[in-house]
Design a protein around this ligand. Structure first.
Ligand SMILES: O=C(O)CCC(=O)C(=O)O
Length: 318
């Protein structure tokens, strides 16, 4: 029977439940895929070695030190900010990544930053989930979120309109260091991918357009992340950042995307995150014959052109 669009689920109270740790399902791939299909998200505690995560954190913090953003008197992993400096970053320099452009540009040139998404544990996870060879999107994004009037918590949205290519793309959101709720970590709306690609409306925050939620879409999952935890979700899953109550520390995290190699990819997913940054500039200080450079050019990829219509605001009737 065709679903009747006029019949709506009743409104429900908003719930905030803790992430379900899917680590035990890593031993049972079929059950893992069933949970992924049902919930649209998977959370894994201590999935990556914490010291590996912390090394990338330290490398990024070392870049921020060149701008004087960290308070003095902490080790190379400490994220306490020098608010006297970060508060003065001009509004127009704060990008969707949460901080000034010049610093982010330097982070985008770190080899460790681009190597991170290729960690063997991540590749094995997506191979299990997608059941074929995996394409790692080259457009890795760091969120370096400082408390600042120009920063807004990431609003509820789906990644699909921004990533396009294949709707079966998965995002991996990784905090670089411990990220308690007070730092504004990511939260997902369980099972929201089953509603399909939703109309969007203009918003503020990391994305220009978000989704309007209907009164029955209330089942938010969240948690206090530790270094090494990962949250992964299908590109149709609605997600948002929690409001950051902590106004003294940097929130550092990565978003990376993975898809099946046989599915089409949109070219933008293979470009650096800053539109005017080229791979030539990114690679300028890397070894001449570095294998990671332009790795996707050796792969048998299919492309799907960008569809601007995906981003045109349309009202959602609930
Ligand atoms: O970290 C954030 O605030 C936004 C991340 C996000 O929306 C994503 O990973 O798709």
């Amino acid at each position: 029977m065709k679903p009747n669009a006029a019949i709506k689920s009743p409104a429900r109270p908003v719930t905030r439940a803790p992430f379900v740790d899917s680590t035990p399902l890593l031993l049972d791939p079929a059950a893992l895929r069933r949970r992924a299909a049902e919930d649209g998200y998977l959370f894994f505690k201590r999935f990556l070695p914490a010291d590996h995560v912390m090394e990338l954190r330290a490398a990024i913090l070392a870049v921020t030190d060149r701008y004087g953003w960290r308070a003095s008197g902490q080790d190379r992993f400490g994220g306490r900010l020098n608010r006297a400096v970060t508060d003065k970053i001009p509004d127009e320099e704060i990008g969707t990544w949460g901080t000034g452009d010049a610093c982010y540009r330097e982070v985008q040139k770190l080899r460790a930053f681009h190597q991170f998404p290729h960690h063997p544990r991540l590749l094995a996870l997506y191979r299990t989930l997608l059941q074929e060879d995996v394409l790692v999107h080259a457009r890795t994004i760091a969120r370096m979120i400082v408390p600042h009037p120009a920063n807004f918590p990431t609003p509820p949205h789906q990644d699909y309109p921004y990533v396009q290519g294949s709707a079966s793309t998965w995002t991996c959101w990784t905090p670089l260091g411990d990220c308690p709720r007070a730092l504004g970590g990511l939260s997902v709306l369980r099972g929201s991918h089953r509603a399909g690609h939703l109309p969007v409306e203009p918003t503020k925050g990391a994305v220009r357009f978000g989704v309007k939620l209907c009164p029955w879409e209330t089942e938010w999952m969240e948690g206090d992340y530790a270094a090494g935890d990962i949250l992964t979700f299908n590109s149709l899953v609605v997600h948002k950042a929690l409001r950051a109550e902590d106004r003294e520390h940097l929130r550092l995290s990565l978003d990376v995307r993975y898809q099946a190699m046989s599915e089409p990819v949109e070219q933008g997913s293979l470009r650096p995150h800053l539109p005017d940054l080229t791979w030539k500039e990114v690679y300028a200080q890397w070894a001449e014959n570095d294998e990671l450079k332009y790795y996707w050019r050796k792969l048998p990829l299919k492309f799907r052109p960008w569809d601007e219509v995906c981003l045109h605001p349309k009202r959602r009737i609930c």
